[in-house]
Ligand binder design. Sequence first.
Ligand code: AMP
Ligand code: ZN
Length: 442
Amino acid sequence: MIFDKILKYFRGYFLDVRTMENLQFFNTLTRKKEKFVPLEKGKVRMYCCGPTVYLYAHIGNFRTYIFEDVLRRVLESNRFKVTHVMNITDVGHLTSDADTGEDKMEVSARRERKTISEIAEFYTKAFFEDAEKLNILKPTIVCKATDHIAGMIKLIQKLEKKGYTYIINDGVYFDTSRLKDYGKLTGMGFEKLKESLKAGARVEFNPQKKNISDFGLWFFSPKDKKRQMEWVSPWGVGFPGWHIECSVMSMKYLGDTFDMHCSAIDHIPIHHTNEIAQSEAATGKKVVNYWLHGAFLVFGEKAKMAKSKGEIITVPTIIKEGFDLLAYRYLCLTAHYRSELVFTWESLKAAQNALFTLREHMRRLKENLESEKKKTLKAEEYKKKFLEAVNDDLNMPKALTLVWKLVRDEKEVSNREKYELLLEFDKILGLDLVREVTKEKL
Ligand code: AMP
Ligand code: ZN
């Protein structure tokens, strides 16, 4: 009996170790799937770009945070200790990513007739409340841009000393032509990247910039307008550019080189490209080993959901429409994180039906558990296949298919095994499978 238990423990252990060895992710930097090897054994240092807190986050933003949450849960199920850092952007994100327009926070404060700190506090609180309802785990460290201004000034000074910066009428800029491999994350060469930025520029860029790809590190406060938030710096009173906050906070909390950096694909050509430029120019070291980017949530007509476009669906909208919010999480899991997901109310309804049916299965299983706690090879096979799917670049659609196969398997696994496996899988799915469903909702 004892021997049997020991044998089962070791079989389970080796099964886990074998699947852990197959953990792989698609790395934007190399444009291929790569085996995941952390910098430090048993630990993962991960940075995820957080929200700009000038408005409610929309469900497109939350698609990305759900993907990052699943990633973290998968890493933790592989027994890694994850340090997950998320920034809160409360200054410097201009209405155009190409360094023109106004600070989104200042615009929002004016619109709502509030101070910027009131705006930031309100939307940060709303963000974490929504995230919690979506079963998104709270990051290990949450850090605000405005708490790190001194660090940003220091990093800019370092770049200045190394000759990467120049000053023009509206601020201190990074000279992207000084960096050999600028733009490597995009897979385009420097010239092609500049051309694509020119083609995509929806607004005039400052003609004093040496290259269209150069970006602001520190902006001077405008002479004709009083900003609510500005700081004294060696270059004059002003405020930081958007990208510098992520370089400073990621390296402060995770070190000069860390394992992972994530967000959606919109950040590849500008925000993350510029983060790499600043961090690597300052330290001379590779900053991130694995870059993971999720695809967009789009509306039917393929329009990206964006806060700046005004028409957004938020978490409160979904609740108001009478949905269980985790139906949205289920919907996100039905598509691979690197594939575009088209949002429709019908698809949300279908996701909710599937989720409720799963929960009803769980309830019935629980009511019919066998007393015997046996473990069959078939149950182990389900577990192995589930872990293989999630470890293969987070193949959640495949993992969900497996969940349904398990639920429908009437012959080879017992109710108890099914119930226990589903509970274990739910640690990654985050769908609250044990939540009760009222009869009228079924
Ligand atoms: P922001 O608050 O605009 O800085 O965006 C927060 C996060 O949401 C970032 O990781 C973006 O890449 C991501 N994001 C923005 N729009 C979408 C969208 N339509 N679908 C998925 N992710 C998005
Ligand atoms: Zn960022």
